[in-house]
Design a protein around this ligand. Structure first.
Ligand code: NAG
Ligand code: NAG
Ligand code: NAG
Length: 200
């Protein structure tokens, strides 16, 4: 029997080598790149699930990874803003709850603007002396967005808003906070490992 197993083992080894070698298939190595990069984020699974569909576009480019993460984050934030507006229209919201929801919507609106600023700046990041200044602006804007989203969340918690719609909105906001945390981690990672600042 042992004699018969050898070719089988060899075949398996060959197959493994083929499947696991980095350049066996470009898309496979690209999703692996995203998995590894997402490891620095607070929510690696969310990071991987939201970004892996863009693996072909991101390839192994850190800047594209950060840019895509910001794109995803702003889209989710805008969607949350729409849901918030819907929440404000429902009957039976106590005045204090309505006020909290209105505040929250403003915070979310500010977060969208700040995320947009960070995206605009990231598209203009150039090699050379301004690199660190630009990255620091981007980090500041994304952190400000995170703070606004967090303030919105706190308002919800303070007023014990826990109806069906409120819980739905809460889920949206939590998702936005997590996506923003992840985007910030990927931006920090791009900034800290980038060689662009060193190039002329
Ligand atoms: C992610 O990081 C952990 C520890 O920081 C490490 O054990 C694990 O192998 C890493 N996974 C990937 C896919 O890089
Ligand atoms: C981000 O979104 C903008 C506008 O929707 C798009 O033009 C751009 O290609 C996207 N960038 C990445 C890296 O996905
Ligand atoms: C929220 O609930 C907590 C305890 O469940 C209570 O102490 C607090 O007063 C409530 N706050 C509001 C604004 O109703």
């Amino acid at each position: 029997m042992e004699g018969n197993l050898t070719p089988f083992v060899l075949l398996l080894a060959l197959l493994t080598l083929q499947l696991c070698s980095a350049d066996a298939s470009p898309s496979r190595s690209n999703t692996q790149y995203i998995r590894t990069s997402c490891n620095v984020t607070n929510y690696p699974r969310l990071c991987y699930n939201s970004l892996s569909i863009y693996a072909g576009k991101i390839k192994t480019n850190r800047k594209a990874l950060a840019h895509t993460a910001l794109n995803m984050t702003i889209a989710a934030t805008q969607e949350t803003s729409v849901i918030m507006r819907r929440l404000l229209k429902i009957d039976g919201l106590k005045p204090i709850e309505a006020a909290a929801a209105l505040d929250c919507m403003e915070e979310i609106g500010d977060a969208v603007d700040e995320l947009q600023n960070s995206i605009d700046e990231l598209s203009h990041v150039v090699r050379g002396s301004n690199f660190w200044l630009q990255m620091s602006d981007i980090q500041t804007w994304v952190s400000a967005a995170l703070t606004d989203e967090d303030t919105c969340m706190d308002g919800f918690d303070e007023h014990n808003m826990s109806g069906r719609v409120e819980n739905l909105v809460r889920r949206y906001i939590v998702n936005v906070v997590h996506l923003t945390c992840n985007a910030l981690a990927l931006i920090n990672s791009y900034a800290s490992t980038s060689t662009e600042a060193l190039l002329p």
